[in-house]
Design a protein around this ligand. Structure first.
Ligand code: GDP
Ligand code: FE
Ligand code: FE
Length: 204
């Protein structure tokens, strides 16, 4: 695995320059629409961070990198997991796309030199969530669903409003609609998605 030519020390002294370098690398790796989605998730995460009083630069960076492993196909993904020694569930073996979060976190750490565990967890858990997410994890999870270019999910208008009112309620609504969508379309449900839903339902 090759470390990318990004000067990590820029994060402390010149964040704009640092973000430009990360964006340039992502632009070269991801498809056009995926790159656009990535930048929109970053900006939406930063806006939510402002609303909920956490570091908006950190949120922007987590948003930028959340889909960094999205361009790998199923075979690549399984190969990478083996290489990294990840222990996979049956669901993950059968649906490798679900691994772009955990694999993305490893790439963010090994190639982009991200060491902040909250950012790494936000990348890792952005697709299925987990019980008791941090504010940053919830923000990236939500921003991924509501960024302005998204237009397919139902209730988007209400969910976008809810995102800026209550993180837990918004997380729960997204999970509820996702589970309903998966059931309606006969798609297999990862136990983690259900566990995350159950946690936020109980905490309501
Ligand atoms: P994206 O990477 O920006 O497209 O967004 P995500 O990382 O959230 O992945 C989105 C896809 O994962 C959506 O189509 C969800 O419906 C799907 N997804 C989330 N949880 C599950 C699950 O438990 N089972 C399946 N089959 N898909 C899921
Ligand atoms: Fe994703
Ligand atoms: Fe995404």
């Amino acid at each position: 695995m090759k470390k990318i030519e990004i000067d990590s020390s820029l994060y402390e002294c010149d964040k704009n320059k640092y973000f430009q370098q990360v964006e340039a690398v992502l632009k070269g790796r991801l498809k056009k629409n995926r790159y656009r989605h990535t930048v929109l998730v970053a900006a939406t995460s930063a806006a939510l961070a402002m609303r909920y009083g956490i570091d908006e630069q950190k949120a922007y960076l987590a948003g930028l990198l959340h889909d960094v492993a999205k361009h790998y196909d199923d075979n690549d993904m399984l190969k990478l997991c083996k290489e990294y020694g990840l222990c996979l569930t049956d669901f993950e073996k059968e649906n490798p796309f679900i691994l772009h979060g955990p694999v993305g976190a490893i790439i963010a750490q090994s190639e982009f030199d991200i060491q902040d565990s909250d950012i790494l967890n936000a990348i890792k858990n952005h697709t299925v969530g987990r019980a008791d997410m941090s504010i940053l994890e919830q923000i990236v999870f939500i921003a991924d669903y509501i960024e302005p270019a998204r237009n397919k999910a139902k209730n988007l208008r209400a969910i976008r409003k809810l995102a800026f009112e209550n993180l837990d309620k918004c997380t729960l609504k997204i999970l509820e609609d996702t589970l309903e969508y998966l059931r309606d379309n006969n798609r297999p449900i990862d136990a983690s998605t259900k566990q995350t839903y159950d946690f936020y339902l109980k905490r309501r």
